[in-house]
Design a protein around this ligand. Structure first.
Ligand SMILES: Cc1cc2nc3c(=O)[nH]c(=O)nc-3n(C[C@H](O)[C@H](O)[C@H](O)COP(=O)(O)O)c2cc1C
Length: 288
């Protein structure tokens, strides 16, 4: 995917947007968006293991009047006339792959000055699945509204953002480690890798739970990605989304590495490291 500006700038610019202007995308923008939805030049490290993934732009005005009342967005999303809906074959790593690809698409939309908001829970799964003609072997893990935003966020949206502390992220010391999970990775020692990790840190996640944990090996540029499953019952619902979230963080790392010219390859290694039981290994980036 070719972005018009730096991916670092786009990642910093993107925020979830829940208030839209009621307008459909203009023809030219729609054409560009449909091109982005083919994600031809986007390759996630999971794409060979995950099943086929496809995306469509779905317009609400084409819904039957009773369907328009059943979007399932519970008043959280207002004024959106179009949604990006994707379907992926149930397979290993389907959540990580979907997270990676839909985030790349969302960054493409941000580059076009369009608003988006990952929706994993608050949408009518049955309705949107039928709109993309979801097959028995497929699943619709999440969708996003897409469109022109209003100038300001409405009050309800501000309340939601305050509730999930949407503008803040965990400090480095809570999510990035060196050699062991009891040693935080000092930001000042990361040198040319600082931007890659900072872009992971800024990624969006369900409920802003930021479930990615990254462990760097000492004295070499290997980064192991893990996902945190909260044992807290109250947080249990979010555990459904953590593999999508980690796919999003990996997307940010990978696109930033490519932009700044850091060479590395993704491998499934399962390193023999002592790890807290709440963590599950996902994948490693081996720097070259
Ligand atoms: C996988 C995923 C699922 C999400 N599901 C919802 C949702 O169902 N409803 C909602 O209002 N926001 C949802 N969000 C948006 C998050 O609340 C938001 O990304 C987070 O609070 C950080 O805010 P930001 O995106 O503005 O940086 C979801 C985000 C992700 C990544």
């Amino acid at each position: 995917m070719i972005f018009s500006k730096s991916i670092i700038a786009i990642i910093k610019e993107r925020t979830s947007w829940r208030t839209y202007s009621n307008q459909l995308l203009e023809d030219d923008t729609k054409k560009k968006m449909n091109q982005i939805l083919t994600f031809k030049d986007i390759k996630s490290p999971f794409s060979e293991l995950a099943g086929k993934t496809r995306f469509e732009l779905i317009a609400v005005p084409e819904f039957a009047p009773d369907e328009r009342k059943k979007l399932g967005t519970y008043g959280l999303i207002k004024g959106a006339q179009e949604f990006i809906v994707g379907a992926i074959e149930k397979s290993d790593y389907y959540k990580e792959n979907y997270g990676y690809i839909l985030e790349a698409i969302i960054l493409g939309a941000t580059d076009l000055n369009l608003g988006t908001c990952w929706l994993g829970g608050t949408f009518n799964k049955t309705l949107f699945s039928s709109k993309i003609n979801c097959q028995k072997n497929e699943i619709v893990p999440a969708i996003t509204p897409i469109g022109y935003t209003t100038d300001t966020r409405r009050k309800k949206e501000k309340v939601i953002r305050a509730f999930v502390k949407a503008d803040s992220r965990f400090p480095w010391s809570k999510i990035f480690f060196e050699k062991t999970f009891s040693t935080p990775l000092p930001r000042e020692t990361t040198g040319r890798y600082e931007a890659l990790l900072e872009m992971v840190r800024l990624a969006p996640s369900a409920g802003n739970k930021q479930p990615w944990r990254v462990l760097k090996e000492k004295d070499c540029d290997n980064f192991h990605f893990y996902v945190y499953f909260s044992p807290d019952l109250k947080m249990k619902g979010y555990n459904t989304f953590v593999n999508i979230d980690v796919g999003i963080g990996i997307c940010h790392f990978d696109l930033t590495a490519k932009e700044v010219g850091m060479k590395g390859r993704w491998e499934f290694l399962e390193p023999k490291l002592e790890q807290p039981k709440e963590l599950k290994y996902i994948i490693s980036w081996i720097g070259q």
